[in-house]
Design a protein around this ligand. Sequence first.
Ligand SMILES: *[C@@H]1O[C@H](CO)[C@@H](O)[C@H](O)[C@H]1NC(C)=O
Ligand SMILES: *[C@@H]1O[C@H](CO)[C@@H](O)[C@H](O)[C@H]1NC(C)=O
Ligand SMILES: *[C@@H]1O[C@H](CO)[C@@H](O)[C@H](O)[C@H]1NC(C)=O
Ligand SMILES: *[C@@H]1O[C@H](CO)[C@@H](O)[C@H](O)[C@H]1NC(C)=O
Ligand SMILES: *[C@@H]1O[C@H](CO)[C@@H](O)[C@H](O)[C@H]1NC(C)=O
Ligand SMILES: *[C@@H]1O[C@H](CO)[C@@H](O)[C@H](O)[C@H]1NC(C)=O
Length: 491
Amino acid sequence: MFWAVIFFLQRSTSLQLLAGSAAEPAGVGGVTFLAQLNNTSTGHLQGDRCAGRYVYMYDLPPRFNADLVRDCRNLSAFPDVCRHVTNDGFGPSITGGGEGGSLPEKGAYNTNQFMLALIFHARMKRHECLTSDPAAAAAVYVPFYAGLDVVRHQDQEIPANLSAREALPRGLVEWLLRRPEWRAMGGRDHFLVTGRGSWDFLRALGAAGKGNSLLSYPAIRNATVLTTEASPYHGHDFAVPFPSHFHASSDADVSGWQDRMRRAERKWLWGFAGASRPSSKRTVRSQIMEECGRSSRCAMVGSSTTAAAAFTAGPGRTMQLLESAAFCVQPRGDGYKRKSTFDSILAGCIPVFFHPISAYIQYIWHLPRDYRTYSVFIHHGDVVGKNASIEEALARIPPAKVARMREEVIRLIPTVMYRDPAAAKGVTFKDAFDVAVDAVIHRVAKRRRAAAEGRVDYQDSVDGGKSWKYDLLQDGEKNIGPHEFDPYVYT
Ligand SMILES: *[C@@H]1O[C@H](CO)[C@@H](O)[C@H](O)[C@H]1NC(C)=O
Ligand SMILES: *[C@@H]1O[C@H](CO)[C@@H](O)[C@H](O)[C@H]1NC(C)=O
Ligand SMILES: *[C@@H]1O[C@H](CO)[C@@H](O)[C@H](O)[C@H]1NC(C)=O
Ligand SMILES: *[C@@H]1O[C@H](CO)[C@@H](O)[C@H](O)[C@H]1NC(C)=O
Ligand SMILES: *[C@@H]1O[C@H](CO)[C@@H](O)[C@H](O)[C@H]1NC(C)=O
Ligand SMILES: *[C@@H]1O[C@H](CO)[C@@H](O)[C@H](O)[C@H]1NC(C)=O
């Protein structure tokens, strides 16, 4: 049941981490580090909101992005992709009431979970801190729609035509290596957004297996890769929230939604939005469906016929279920994470996890380190091995604590949503995009500072920071050592 992750635990490595300073040095391309630091510091004094936060975006040849969207019909493994790519990746808009359930009239979309690369790109095009001057940039964004590329080859048997499958990843690496912007820092200030989990891009170079090798190229190993499910032992990929169904346009949209979620009547103690997996027998998922099915305090959406209250799927109905439950259980999906985690946070429903990999060591940029503040953790072994009751565990939590956790979940809503890129100026809330870009810039700045001071940052050290434990360190913390998740994530 446990997930084998191979790396050191034997030694506790001492790290040189600097506390974050106000002025993040910026710049690429042959400009001295100190002069740029000076420039960005001055920017702060002059009130430039983007000082130290400028992003340079490549204008990639269309085969890396626009052509994939244009040829959406060819992506055979993904028949609905032409619908999903509409509205810059938000998908078809839906209206409240009918298909949209309780979703608002404006800003609700039937968003596919794999469209994040498009959503990110559309947002970046209108980002207020975009610069056309690479020398003024704190980070460089590579708008490659890696997820659309990789699904084209998903149907292929193994061994399939590897050279066709690697054509775009290899082409991208070759293109990048010729750029002066890349050479400035060996790509260590570059970032990409895949729109799918890392596992689709981790095939060893030249080896057989599924997916492609995008994340295995030495060049891409220097960059920062944003995925919807990160691997805990590669060090250069970071998980960001899945896109949900509500994409707000203004601060008022967000606070209005938060108020509604505060007032929502939660008539179920717990709920589960997900289908059964016929292949799974004694798993958390099948236990959940069995226990929920015979409980009058639990509701399900999905294919179950035994549910006390079964909802039929669809974004609006799913959201309706999540809004009417106090707790929403999140067993693993295809990977350890589930898109439903973010639907449930958006609905103000407290997520219940069964494995730390599902969230706590994934979404480190977006979810609080102290997972007890916003979620419940029930060890999957207790449920599967010992037939422990999920409902009893949840019913034991005092109402005042439930209220505190729900308020924390509601506070997280803006930071896990992807707002409408066309939102008028004057939006002040930070959405999932803002949080991710800030984190990338912070990561690059640490590398830059280390280089300027003649040090090697842990990210570039011998083991490459290849442990989820590095990611959980706070600025200023130097040591990785025993961790409470050690029993769940093998070292
Ligand atoms: C920083 O800016 C100040 C004033 O603009 C200038 O005097 C100083 O030489 C600059 N330092 C560097 C390292 O560029
Ligand atoms: C400092 O900023 C100015 C304009 O903001 C820019 O023209 C100049 O190239 C920058 N200098 C450095 C050393 O980054
Ligand atoms: C998609 O199919 C069209 C026609 O069937 C073809 O011209 C085009 O090159 C294909 N695109 C890709 C990316 O395979
Ligand atoms: C494999 O793909 C490459 C690149 O698309 C192509 O040139 C080659 O003919 C393909 N080989 C086979 C056996 O289909
Ligand atoms: C990756 O970064 C290192 C510096 O840490 C550099 O020496 C190397 O050339 C870079 N790799 C590529 C492919 O640019
Ligand atoms: C688990 O517990 C429930 C409720 O006590 C019981 O109905 C069910 O048969 C048990 N399942 C197994 C596999 O022991």
